[in-house]
Each structure stands twice: as C-alpha cells, then as structure tokens.
Design a protein around this ligand. Sequence first.
Ligand code: PLP
Length: 371
Amino acid sequence: MVDLRSQYLNIKDDIDTAIRDVIDSCAFINGPAVKKFQENLEHYMGIKHVVPCANGTDALQVSMMALGLQPGDEVITSSFTFIATAEVIALLKLTPVLVDVDPDTYNIDPCAIERAITPKTKAIVPVHLFGQVAPMEEILAIAKKHNLYVIEDSCQAIGADYIFKNGIRKKAGAIGDIGCTSFFPSKNLGCYGDGGAIFTQDDALAKQMRIVVNHGMTVRYYHDYVGVNSRLDSIQAAILNAKLPYLDSYAAKRRGAAEFYDKAFGQHPKLKIPGRFPNSNHVFHQYTMVLKGVDRKALIEYLASCEIPAMIYYPVPLHLQKAYLDPRYKPGDFPVTEYLCNHVFSLPMHTELDEEQLMYITQNVLDFVNR
Ligand SMILES: *Cc1c(COP(=O)(O)O)cnc(C)c1O
C-alpha cells in the first residue's frame, strides 16, 4: 500500500546524516533534534505550541488528560474510524458517544453530533479521515454553543488545509482547542518507528500537556499529577526534520495519484470515488472508494493475484468491535458507517506511484469490475 523504501532512497543522504548526527551526539532523549523539530513543525503548522510525544494514540490520551476530563464525561466521536480514539476514551473511563458519518466524505456528520449532545458531553473528537478535514466550521459552532472542547484527530491529515467561509486557511490540527497527529511510518509524515505530536494555541494547555507527557512532573522529581511517559525519540525527530521540507510535495504526489484514479473510475457505475469536501484540500492518506454491486473479497483476491495490494479501511464499525460492545448500541444504529464498512475498498496510495504503476492498477481494477 505504501513504498517506504523508494521514498527513503530518494532522500537517503539527508536521512542517514540526520540519524548519524544524533548517534554522534548521543543525545537520544530530548536532544536538540526534538526541540528543532518542535520549532520547525510550529512554523509549518502556524501554531503556537507543538508538544512532541511517542505516538498518535498517546497524543489523544494526553489531550484528554490535560483537559482534565473525568470518568463519566461523554466524548463524541465518529463510528467509522481507527480504534485509537475509542481506546483512549475507554482507558480513561470516559464515555464514548458515537455518531454516524457522511456517506460521501466519510467524515463525522455535524447534525448527528448536535443530536448526541447531553449535559454530560465535554468534548468532540472529529477525525479527519483518509486525509480530508471534517466540517470544522460547523463543529466549532456546535462546540461554542454547548461549551465543549474540540480535539482534532489529525493523524491522517497532516498538511491538509481547512478553508473557512471567509477565506482564512488553517492547517488540519490547528483548528480546534487541540490537534493530535501521528508519525507512524505509513502516515503522510512518517518517521522510522513510532512518533506523535499535539498542537495547541493555548499556553496553559500546552504547559499541562508537557507536564502530562513527562510523568506529571512539575519540578524534577515532584509529581503533581498522574502522567505518562510519552516522548518523541531524538532519532525520530531528526528523521522528521529531514522529511518535513518534503511534506507539501508528498501531498502533491498523492493528489496526483488520486486524480489518476478519479479519471479512471469517476464515471464507472460500479465504483464511487471519494467525495471531496470543498472546504478542505485532501492530502489522501488513503484513496478509498465505495463498491456498488462488486464482490469485494473476490476483487481483492484478483488484485492480489496481480500483485496489487488493496485494503479495507475499516471492516468493522467501532460499536460492533468485540472489546467495545455496549448495551447502548446495536447493529443498525449507524447505517452509513455499517454500509461503508461493508463496501469500502482502498487502493495503493503513496508518494512513489508512477504512471506505469497507476495504469497497471487501474486497468486491473477495471478488468475485474467489467467482467
Ligand atoms: C494512526 C492513527 C492513530 C494512532 O496513531 P499511532 O501513532 O499509531 O498511535 C489515531 N487515529 C487515527 C485516525 C489514525 O489513523
């Protein structure tokens, strides 16, 4: 689905030098590379504070801890997403409140958010799924009206812009009270291991997040809060410093591949290409289509026989995951999510796809669906 090796070989000298410099310095934890990456990313994101941490899941957990959310507080999120959000909500003994998504963009539906609000609701976690920003203007308005925090799960959308109705542009993750991202290797800005970061404009919140990621420590060996140990390794930060200058060109390459797929599949009656939300520029973490009257399993098997990888993101809605079964929810509660889980299909999407590969992939998909 991704070609990390070719991407590495194209910038090998930058990466190798960055890693060697950290090893030479032996500053493996909180070394200068981490501080430098924090500043570089603050500049790129146009945000006051970047708090580096160990991964995107921790970014979400630390956000909820720093906000002081308490057991029983309700947190609204999408039913069609990766498990991480629901996982940290459960670990902190908060109550996840799931809402359905838009059938075209796959992102959380603001009308459904409004209907799910109760006196216990404390936060909304929109997920910018597959690299496209959720309808933040509507979500911010709902949050303001009901006095809720907004924590953006921007793990799949780093580099995407949100364009407000008045023309103002903000980066995904720099729009809500807090933004969370992941540098997992296959993410749009991936390191060579685990990594994550949290974004905020709020000085007090940033201070609290820095305390939480460092064992709840205020003064060395004085722990005023229960925290966690969540750091971005210096080696990973050095790799990210080397890769950050390429992020926008990487997004452009992904968009180019998406346009190729769009052209090949856009008019086909059995294929529905990903819908575009006009207020976001899509960075295509994934290219995910909806199949109409196509045997998905057989298609994936056929493509595998042509050595073309294809994946299902995601096969099971959150409310039907075994560990998260909840008497409040039953099959049929989130019809759009359930339909998508049964019909979506993702093709290879990365920065190194060339025209020949794209031709080969699209031709084989069409050969199968035209049978
Ligand atoms: C990848 C991802 C995460 C978690 O990131 P990790 O760094 O793997 O912990 C959370 N949410 C979404 C939507 C993701 O895609």
